[in-house]
Design a protein around this ligand. Structure first.
Ligand SMILES: [Zn+2]
Length: 107
């Protein structure tokens, strides 16, 4: 059993390891050193962030100027509170939620 690819793979792997841009951090008894690959600035930008700042979305209910906190699952409208949720629903549904108010049509 002989594998001819093995030495080549090892050689390429070694070269790749040597040339790979990597951050090398040395922390010995007397020397603390950080080597960085070219093109990488230091201090590094914080990678763990909350993402790009989102534009402030206002509540979608007319007359309400609060910031969005929720999104209505039924209408997709940005909402700020439960009160606005109900208000939005009643606006969107055109008052059809009030079916039990005695509004019965008899022929
Ligand atoms: Zn609101």
């Amino acid at each position: 059993m002989s594998c001819g690819l093995s030495p080549v793979f090892q050689l390429r792997s070694h070269r790749h390891l040597h040339q790979a841009p990597a951050v090398r951090y040395i922390n010995s008894q007397h020397v603390i050193s950080i080597s960085l690959p070219p093109g990488l600035s230091f201090p590094m930008q914080q990678q763990v962030s909350l993402g790009p700042p989102k534009p402030a979305v206002k509540c979608g209910v007319p007359g309400c100027d609060s910031n969005k906190r929720y999104t209505c699952a039924k209408t997709g409208i940005p909402l700020c509170s439960l009160a606005c949720y109900k208000k939005n629903l009643s606006l969107r549904l055109g008052g059809h939620t009030q079916d039990d108010t005695g509004h019965v049509t008899c022929s």
